[in-house]
Design a protein. Sequence first.
Lengths: 773, 217
Amino acid sequence: MKEKNFWKWFVCLKDMIMLKQKNSLTGTVLLIFVFLIVFGFSQQAFAKEAEENNQEELFEMGIEELMEIEVETVTTASKFAQKVTDAPSSVTVITADEIRLYGWRSLADILGSVKGFYTSYDRSYERIGVRGFSLPGDTNTRILILVDGFRMNENVRGHGGIGHEFLLDTDLIERVEIVRGPGSALYGSNAVFGVVNVITKDGKGIDGFEFSGDMFTEKFKRLEAQRGRITYGKEFDNGLDWLVSASLYGRDGRMMYYPHFNEIDPEEPPEPGQIWPPDGYTPNDDEFFHKFFTKLTLGEFALEAGFSRRKKEIPTAPKGAVFEPEYHQWKFDTQAFVGLTYEHEFSDTSSILGRLSYNAYNHRRKLKYWSPQWWEYDDYGYAINPSQFDRRGTWLNGELQFTHEPIENHKLTWGTEFQYNGRQDMYMTRRGDEEVYENDDPCLPIIRYDSWMNHLLDVQKNSRTWGLYVQDEWTMSDTLALNAGVRYDNIEGSLARDTINPRFALINNWSDKTTAKLLYGTAFRSPTIQEVYYEDESEELEQTSADSRGGLDSETIETYEIVLEHYFKPNLRGSLSLFHYKLLDFINNEWIATPTAQNWQNWGMAQASGLEAGLDGKWENGVRARASYSFVDTRYREPRYNIVDEDAYLDEKTPGRMPNSPLHLGKLNLIVPIVENKVFAGFEAQYNSRRGTTWHWRWNDEDEPVAVKRKTNDYLLANLTITWLDVVKNMDISFGVYNLFNTRYYHPAWGDNELLSVEQNGRSFLFNLTYRF
Amino acid sequence: MKKDMKKKKDTRKITAILLLLSFAAVGILYAAEGESAPSKEYQVKAAFIYNFIKFVDWPEETVGDDSARSITIGIIGENPFGGAFEAIIKKKIHDKEVVVKHFGGFAKNSVKYRQDNETKYKYKDEEALKACQVLFVGPSENRYCKEIIDIIKDNCVLTVGETRYFLEDGGIVGFVTEEKKVRFGINLIAAERAELTIRSKLLRLAKRVIKQEERNS
């Protein structure tokens, strides 16, 4: 009888959480998860008893014995990695343990779990959204991505890769420091909404060889993706620390359905074997990457180098390209990087830091278009015009930073940074079609199409920027500190004018446990080469560059924020922040006119107001939890269109919410040890409310063009990873289920897609094995 | 009708999500209620402190009436040891009982004043602090290490801390964690000033010893 009741209760709970999805597998997984939690918490009681006995034993030991005990296990560190309450902004730190135990496989996965952040994937790039801002067409240009302090945003379109095109394998990340709010007062351009600094591991931590292999599948019938990594790390007797790692990844895309491209007339179903018209299904979602990274540390010097090449097949037919499974459209991202760091401490309070790096970034996009020369068809029976778009950037960056304490209670940081963008090139070619008249008299109707490679775009630029900054951390009293900084940036070339960006943070430690911060800051982003010079002279598009229209201004942001942080317990921190962001002159390319248009212009003002609340805790039995909620309301001048004779005119701009800006975000992350220091369960749940798409052309039932805009569904996404350390000596395995509830969810697509939204992956499984020797 | 259904479904969804989040919050708060057990690091450090007492001799005159019978371990700031010391409270070292005393955080319990153009601090329980035989500076007091040491440096107190520059600040024994193992350093100059005799065995095991010569060179 009792069991029956329990079962009823369970089914109720399951129905409630599963949002009425009838699926026995998810139910089972959920049941397992509930048990894991119950088990984990009940362990706490046993653990405490064991500890007391343990303590008796420790007191019996001599010093020599005590010195041999290892005290840092994976989860026992109950102190936070750093006291984040002292930082002059809202900061989150993600550690290597968390990355492993939650089964995160890209930087996008990591950032997506963080308070106030969300990602969007259009099956070509992962885009990051911060506090309600994720503008259409934005390639993470408004967030600064750093690797060990080196700038990773490339210099042609400001792209900061967070997907698989990111320089590093996630396994090489020691920790990720995420700083919300403007960072231009220290970092210059791009640090509009935040700074993400990725710190790499040392060879010392690896100590030997490490092999890791992943298998990823949607259904167990087919191996969808696999990844291999080999890493060697060691600290030699002379103090030299060496880490070297190589990774390889390949993914055979899964069949996805894009209803927009389904051109089948339901009244005339296709016969078997018929390939035209397309039915909206395509498996063209392959992805490959290889990465290489090495780091040498000797005393005060660190030299690192990385190479990454990622090749992604684009299934969404961007920029009006062909949607046909026979034709593969690719994007290639290749980057190489060398960096040198020098750090020297003169005394406890004064130190110097120097960085010098050289980066190269190539992007290549290969698309295929319909050709009007229908008679020049290929093996598949289609006439196709290929096009190729290249972005090539190289840059040399140097930074020097000096910290000292000239007066008591004033910690000053002086710094200068320069960047020489040696190459900022864009090339675009497309096999074009031109009408060639065989007769001199154009009135005669004998017309032949001739085709050759049209050089649509040939931009070759270089530029120089430099900046000077100073920051003062002034400890006014025991409880009050002021952190003020200002940076001057000089940008050469037609890109933008000089800017000065200040930042103030007043930090008040009310008590040992409570900290209040008042923050004000501005930041800027200079327009990228692509935004200024991109144009498309092909007949059907006729886009002019912003340069020819008078250029673009830098966009700036002004932010106001109040942060309250409170340690309920030494191991449990709560935080609350209220903020108001004002983005001025932001550069937007939200146009309806053609799906392929990239007409960037300074749009005016966008605003965001919201609050974020978070709880962050760690317990001695190894349970770690993070929960957060954020609410952001964004406002900007939303375009309205008037369609006359199949031409869209910008009618007016009226206040509206920004596209791709969810109102509510909820996150829950939980690590529960099932067997102490051996088996862990990592669970994460993310709730995203609805996001608006941008305006798109559609035809209504009467075959008239209309401008439409939709909202994607809200969704609850959950992932569960079980990690078993030291299955046999030096071998770890983990098994992850991504999208546990098989939620069907969509992300808004970007301006260059005809699609309104793109479906995301359903439930998938990942198996990982790591072996060290 | 259909719209109604959809609305209903939406409400249910939101309820479900809110429930889930509130469960999470309640769970976290509930788990936080229990007194946090000491981490292994502090269990080991407690055992270290117990050993230090064995290898340190306090001057005779301070072993007066009250302290003749007991050795007081003071912990200033938040207590990271939990109940780790409970096991030795019953035990005796050199025929003396061990007493553990907790002191409030320095920032809250001290008054700042200026004397001879120098900023000085007056701690509320200063006398009790000076009467301790061992004083552990807890992790919450890392910012005030120097100030705390300044107050008690002329008394016979074995100061134990764990900040990076604890010895430079004038502390006597400083813990450091190296390759996941606990090590310690000793500042002999400070120990001499506090009139403490540290036995050679402890000095031999120390990772780093600050002596008079070192300062001169």
